[in-house]
Write a protein that binds this ligand. Structure first.
Ligand SMILES: [Zn+2]
Length: 79
């Protein structure tokens, strides 16, 4: 397997956190994906994509088991 972006053969399975946004919330989902060590491109297999879709659906229907880890905040105005 070679990276389609940079042509590097250095691709490894790594545990990463995939970030999905649901309205104003950001949900991190730990997944194992192939990652190009050179440019960081991630390659998702069908199983992982299905898992992400399933979790997103669970979040939208409020049945997912979510654990709060912090807040996303914004400074109200530019100074
Ligand atoms: Zn690459």
């Amino acid at each position: 397997m070679k990276c389609v972006i940079c042509n590097s053969p250095n691709i490894e399975i790594k545990e990463v956190e995939e970030e999905i946004q649901i309205e104003n919330d950001i949900v991190l989902i730990p997944v194992k994906v192939h990652v190009c060590l050179q440019c960081g491109e991630r390659y998702y297999d069908r199983k992982t994509i299905r898992k992400l879709e399933k979790i997103e659906k669970e979040i939208r229907t409020n049945v997912a088991n979510l654990q709060p880890i912090g807040k996303v905040v914004r400074v109200p105005e530019t100074v």
